[in-house]
Design a protein around this ligand. Structure first.
Ligand SMILES: NC(=O)c1ccc[n+]([C@@H]2O[C@H](COP(=O)([O-])OP(=O)(O)OC[C@H]3O[C@@H](n4cnc5c(N)ncnc54)[C@H](O)[C@@H]3O)[C@@H](O)[C@H]2O)c1
Ligand SMILES: O=c1ccn([C@@H]2O[C@H](COP(=O)(O)OP(=O)(O)O[C@H]3O[C@H](CO)[C@@H](O)[C@H](O)[C@H]3O)[C@@H](O)[C@H]2O)c(=O)[nH]1
Length: 329
């Protein structure tokens, strides 16, 4: 059993990670400021939740003095691309400066290794597809740039101070815990699958399809949707990889299958048995036409094998969660 610090563990991906780490028998402390997360997303008993900011150096010093951690998983970040263009200062402060504070504290207290939540947005407009780890990194918005900067810091911190890390670049995180206890809860919600499900439930106005004039088969944008449980599994594998003494690196995480916005709406109709109310809308600024991962490195090096690659399964798990949420409210 290892002792782990999960930062941002009350958020969407973090709470699925907490669930999986507990199932794997690890001992956890969650640090979260609850700015976008939910205390009741941590459904398990006996977890120490520290409510605080990852940029609070005194808090980190006391946490790292109190407990001896075998690793840190860092999910805490601002995550909205559009907002990052309008408020870059907040994004660089939150995602870069606060992460730097964390890295400094980890080095000083000799804590490691680190698993960092990165994103496909570090690549910008793709030059080829599927996107592998060698693809040039030219982020086109402050959100992607902030994650790219942290990736660079991680390389430098390894070289200079020996801090070992893996940056995991998620493509489109989707779905929910197959057992139905937890799921996606962003406020405001900006992601396609929950918005389409909310439109089916009548909880929101019709979904806006952002652009039908992309150079794709049906004119809508293509993305690689990866189940949140499979993402969590990759973190466990990445921890084991680092504990085995392997070097600092980064991996792209997706299924390698692209689904257009229209194909996702078709899947939502198949799963819910109801049409998705939608209207066509102009393109959303900053959306690349096609983002699909080449995850062969994660598969061969980490032994990662996504279990829920089927888009209907991903949507079905999200649908089960959304129906439960509606009953809860
Ligand atoms: N959702 C996706 O599709 C996606 C895709 C690629 C990468 N990511 C990355 O995955 C990570 C998690 O994303 P998510 O969708 O779960 O987001 P989320 O907003 O649901 O979770 C983030 C969590 O971090 C906490 N947090 C934010 N700032 C904090 C701070 N300063 N101190 C302490 N806690 C703080 C929030 O309260 C929240 O619980 C992020 O780093 C994001 O950039 C997400
Ligand atoms: O109301 C909506 C919402 C989304 N879309 C489209 O659906 C696709 C997926 O959009 P969304 O679910 O918002 O995800 P992305 O914008 O692809 O971004 C996600 O995936 C990125 C990596 O691929 C991460 O960096 C981001 O954090 C994460 O939000 C895009 O083509 C959008 O244009 C719509 O047409 N209508």
């Amino acid at each position: 059993m290892s002792k782990l610090l999960v930062i941002g563990g009350a958020g969407y991906i973090g709470c699925h990670m907490v669930n999986q780490l507990l199932k794997a028998g690890h001992d956890l402390v969650v640090l979260d400021d609850l700015s976008t997360g939910f205390e009741n997303a941590i459904v398990e008993d006996d977890i120490r939740l520290v409510i605080g900011d990852v940029g609070d150096r005194r808090l980190l010093d006391s946490l790292f003095s109190d407990e001896k951690f075998d690793g840190v998983l860092h999910f805490a970040s601002l995550i909205q691309v559009g907002e990052s263009v309008v408020e870059p200062a907040r994004y660089y402060r939150s995602n870069v400066a606060k992460t730097l504070t964390l890295l400094e504290a980890m080095v000083e207290h000799d804590v490691g290794p680190l698993i960092f939540s990165s994103t496909a947005a570090v690549f910008g407009e793709p030059e080829y597809s599927p996107i592998d780890e060698a693809h040039p990194q030219v982020p086109i918005n402050p959100y992607g740039a902030s994650k790219y900067m942290v990736e660079r810091m991680l390389e430098d911190f390894d070289r200079a101070y020996g801090l070992k890390s893996v940056a995991l670049r998620y493509f489109n995180a989707a779905g929910a815990d197959p057992e139905g206890h937890i799921g996606e809860r962003h406020d405001p919600e900006t992601h396609l699958i929950p918005l389409a499900l909310h439109a089916v439930l009548g909880a929101r106005p019709p979904l806006k399809v952002f652009g039908r004039d992309y150079p794709t088969k049906d004119g809508t944008c293509i993305r690689d949707y990866i189940h949140v449980t499979d993402l969590a599994e990759a973190h466990l594998r990445a921890l084991e990889y680092l504990w085995a003494g392997n070097p600092t690196t980064r991996f792209n995480l997706g299924n390698g299958n692209g689904f257009s916005v229209q194909a996702v709406l078709d899947a939502v109709e198949r799963v819910t048995g109801q049409p998705v109310p939608y209207e066509d809308a102009p393109r959303r600024a900053g959306d690349p036409a096609n983002l699909v991962a080449d995850s062969r490195a994660a598969k061969s090096i980490l032994g990662w094998n996504p279990r829920y690659a089927d888009i209907d399964t991903i949507v079905a798990h999200a649908w089960a969660w959304e129906q439960k949420r509606v009953k809860l409210t």
